[in-house]
Design a protein around this ligand. Sequence first.
Ligand code: RET
Length: 251
Amino acid sequence: SEVYQTAGGVGHRTLWVVCIIMGISSLVFYGMAFRVPAQKRLFHILTAFITTFAFLSYFAMATGDGINFHASKETVSHKHGLPDTEEITYRQVYWARYVDWSVTTPLLLLDLCLLAGLSGANILVAIVADVIMILTGLFAAYGKNDGQKWGWYIWACIAYLVIVYQVVYNGRGAAMNKDQKTKAFFASLAGFTFLLWTIYPIIWGVADGARIASVDAEILAYAVLDVLAKPVFGTWLLITHDSMASTSPSL
Ligand code: RET
């Protein structure tokens, strides 16, 4: 049998709402960048680029770009002695998200790594692991069968663990050398990030993965997370950073 899974009105409106939120926060962040001297602008620019990419990706998805149907085969086992049947689900995959994430998640990590004062080698490992996580996640989304899908998913999760080790564990070590305020702020921001980011693979698992959650539920869940991970994260970072005396770190 065949099943089609597509977005409805709720999903469509949600995509537009987030598109507008990302657009407005980008303007605000660029505005905040101009209000500080050039030497203090690195975090502002990074953060504004992050919401700009998200704005473009949400514009794509809201207008129907960056989406396609993907067929995946599942074997449905029946009880009561009926033979197993093969079910094909055609689900909308929003690949524009992965294009967005492949650029914005490394930039988000860069924000955190620079705040902690992590070394260049550690930053590079975190960012390369992040790109691997997103690209293997994209392959997972296009897996033709369960083996492929969940195989790629496992590689992505391992890459995620590498990120957590670098940013949370080594990041905390590096932040030890910073002033008290930076140390405490890094701990809160990294904790917030780790919590949010861990929900993404869970949503993926029930949405693109097992295809249990509807496309609308998937859009809504990612919408909430994306707004917290980008505009809320950015506002928190920039307001706190502006209140601190330090200049931007140099790359
Ligand atoms: C995937 C699926 C494969 C397993 C893992 C994933 C992790 C994704 C993450 C995404 C974070 C996105 C953010 C977006 C900001 O708007 C690719 C879903 C581990 C952590 C922060």
